[in-house]
Design a protein around this ligand. Structure first.
Ligand SMILES: Cc1cc2nc3c(=O)[nH]c(=O)nc-3n(C[C@H](O)[C@H](O)[C@H](O)COP(=O)(O)OP(=O)(O)OC[C@H]3O[C@@H](n4cnc5c(N)ncnc54)[C@H](O)[C@@H]3O)c2cc1C
Length: 428
């Protein structure tokens, strides 16, 4: 079997359901590159978990060689990408370079994709060749599950998800701008768990805000497979009632089961809804790379880990961070960038300790999820997590969690400051 890099990115690393196992067929004739001299960690994926882990391993032990493998030439941030769709920011505002990781921290950044992980040989396979590791950190994010939505997989040009910041983010923005006043936007939300629980509701708010200002005869229909808004529900509802009466048509318990390209229609069990602009967010699971390497066990959606070290419970010496991890093994933490950043730091500390023959430190993690409800105001939810010795999992500390007191301009300012600070923490 032969497969080129472009097809792999489309069907393998990015979105698809094609098994990666075939990509590692002997016909590819990969050879070893970058022979190992001293202690080495390979990090797979330069997103929120991976970039953080790579930098923090180097900061804590410069004797460890860190190789970061990432297919994209630049980092594009999902947090703040809804602001691009709403017209408050541009793609340039959420696009950053990996240069500082290399220049300041000595991380070796390779633009390539991992096509197979071989735990027994302690080796990854890339298009450029095979690379050996002592420990591996894997943070490749999510893959979409297309099985439950008929005709979606090969029609994502009409029904984009924009759930990985990139060209689809810009596409959705352009389609909103091009839409006639009086048009209908349809956004569909899958059953949880999925990446960024408040994300679809923030997006709904910002699209409604844009329509209110620019196309007041238009509306957005939200088809939510869940029974209700699954994050910050009361605050989103209050903002929608106050600000977007007649613009947001929110329909809970409405699972999309199919799409029709020719008529731009979304099907639920009850209805067929025609869209002028369609945004279908499919159900999600740990990235397919984890499935084919056995790190996500068959029949499971997420990858089980040890919450102290983020080491896989399936294969030794492989740590998994970010959205791919199974919250039933970590503890009740959301799939957020802030949590992925926390996991990257915890995993980095554990990797450095274990490679130096020390006990891994006790983990501590934090999360704040900000959501704009309009161009001016935001809401937030915060929690600090500690290891619960009774369950052995991470748990929110009582008294160190809660919601913002209503929506405010100050919280919107905090959201922007948070993004600037955490981008610098990961990549600066
Ligand atoms: C619209 C939206 C808004 C959001 N807003 C917020 C927010 O306000 N706050 C917040 O905390 N979180 C937010 N999130 C969630 C946040 O983006 C994710 O939780 C976070 O990106 C998860 O980090 P990760 O490391 O698991 O994956 P990612 O950040 O997606 O990184 C995965 C990386 O792995 C790479 N990769 C994939 N396959 C391979 C392979 N085979 N080989 C090598 N590399 C590979 C990818 O190219 C990518 O760069 C939002 C998400 C969305 C979609």
């Amino acid at each position: 079997m032969t497969i080129d890099r472009r097809k792999f990115l489309k069907y393998g690393a990015g979105a698809g359901v094609v098994g990666l196992a075939g990509f590692a067929a002997p016909g590819l004739a990969l050879g070893q590159i970058m022979p190992k001299g001293g202690p080495r960690v390979i990090v797979v994926g330069g997103g929120w978990g991976g970039a953080t882990a790579a930098k923090y391993i180097r900061m804590q032990d410069p004797a460890i060689e860190v190789i970061l493998i990432e297919p994209e030439p630049v980092f594009r941030s999902c947090p703040i990408s809804n602001w691009v769709i709403g017209g408050l920011k541009t793609m340039a505002d959420i696009t950053m370079s990996y240069d500082a990781l290399a220049r300041r921290h000595g991380v070796k950044v390779i633009q390539d994709s991992v096509i197979a992980i071989e735990p027994d040989a302690k080796r990854v396979r890339t298009f450029g060749g095979d690379i050996e590791y002592d420990r591996l950190v894997v943070s490749p994010g999510i893959s979409f599950i297309y099985d439950d939505i008929a005709n979606l997989e090969f029609n994502t040009d009409i029904f984009p998800a924009a759930w990985k910041a990139g060209p689809e983010t810009q596409q959705l923005r352009d389609e909103l701008q091009a839409m006639e006043d009086g048009g209908t936007v349809v956004l569909s939300i899958p059953l949880g768990p999925f990446r960024c629980p408040p994300g679809p509701y923030e997006r709904t708010s910002l699209i409604a805000d844009y329509l209110k200002r620019n196309k007041p005869r238009s509306k957005i229909i939200v088809l939510d497979a869940n029974q209700k808004i699954i994050s910050k529900g009361k605050m989103f509802k209050a903002a929608w009632d106050d600000l977007y009466d007649g613009i947001i048509d929110y329909r809970p318990d409405n699972k999309v089961i199919g799409v029709d390209r020719d008529t731009r229609t979304l099907m639920t069990d009850f209805d067929e809804i025609r869209a002028d602009v369609a945004n279908v967010i499919p159900p999600q699971r740990a990235n397919n790379l984890l499935g084919v390497s056995g790190l996500r066990p068959a029949g499971k959606r997420w990858a089980p880990v040890n919450p102290v070290t983020y080491e896989s419970t399936v294969h030794a010496d492989i740590h998994i961070t970010g959205d791919s991890t199974d919250a039933t093994t970590v503890g009740k933490v959301p799939k957020s960038g802030f949590i992925a950043n926390s996991m990257g730091k915890v995993a980095a500390g554990a990797v450095v300790a274990l490679m130096n023959g020390r006990e891994p430190p006790r983990p501590s993690m934090a999360n704040t999820c900000y959501s704009l409800v309009s161009a001016e105001e935001a809401i937030s939810v915060t929690a600090v997590y500690d290891l619960d010795d009774a369950t052995g999992k991470m748990a929110a500390i009582e008294g160190a969690k809660g919601l913002s007191p209503g929506r405010s301009r100050l919280t919107a300012q905090n959201a922007e400051d948070w993004a600037t600070a955490i981008w610098s923490d990961m990549l600066g």
